[in-house]
Design a protein around this ligand. Sequence first.
Ligand SMILES: [Fe+2]
Ligand SMILES: [Fe+2]
Length: 315
Amino acid sequence: MPEGDLQEATRSTAAPGAGLTEREDFRATSDPALQGGEGRGVELLSCRQLYQLWERQQWATQDLDFAQDRVDWHERIEPDERYARMYGLSSFFVGEQRVAAELGPMMWACPAEEERVFLCTQIADEARHVAFFDRFYSEVGVLEADHLEGRLQETSEHLKEEFGALFDEMLHRRVVRLAQEPQDTEALVEAVTIYHMVIEGMLALTGQHFIIDYNERMGTLPAFVQGFTNVARDEHRHVAFGARFLRDMVAADERHRTAIQRTLAEVAPVADGVLRPNWVDPSEDDLELFGVRISETRAFAANALQRRLRAIGLG
Ligand SMILES: [Fe+2]
Ligand SMILES: [Fe+2]
């Protein structure tokens, strides 16, 4: 990208991603992080209403044309920046594949039929998100491998240790438990806390917010931005389900409140590590990545979690 354009684009004074969080279709999900106020008493859609919203918010990865993205990636983005961008995107590509695989036992363990129906729509969404990243990586030519497994393997090499701890140990342990004991509602509450509140709510949506905003300011990767915006809208719907489910579970049994708090305390330090790229020292909170300080991304994630917890009835 020519230097003048880059400086002009970085000078934008608009709040990062403000346009996204104010969109009508995003707010329609009822995710407490997108509503006014502090989160307390926010009206949350029922599982049936969330299902109906899913029917209205369909999209197809096949509709995206990545021709301009390919030009941007190879001709307008410098190699150093390509590496930094690839690092950020890797956790999404692999993350989508990991979570899609964990949802089966969680869906099976949900006590109500409407909850199970909603989680079936989420399984379809997560599969579509994997397909979206796979198309982006192959059409744009980001990696060398020529098939899905190979691309997942190649992109896994960019991941941090904390990523594995969060997905493959903390979440996976609860899901294995649910596969064996689907009646264990405490394990289900813990799994939804990790999956919907931390992985989707704190990590995925924070990354999406800043990555979309950066590309819009730079005028890069238009089809990626279009698809990733659809992914973000899906994630807000998933998080809204998580908030609704946890609120109902806390109202039904106080033990679930403790289960949420206990789980958050356990995963918070690991989640924090996932938000920092490999090459960033934990003390460097003021370091800027893509025009945003790391401390800003952490504050954004913490604020969204706070609002959702208040909506659930905690804090
Ligand atoms: Fe997803
Ligand atoms: Fe999701």
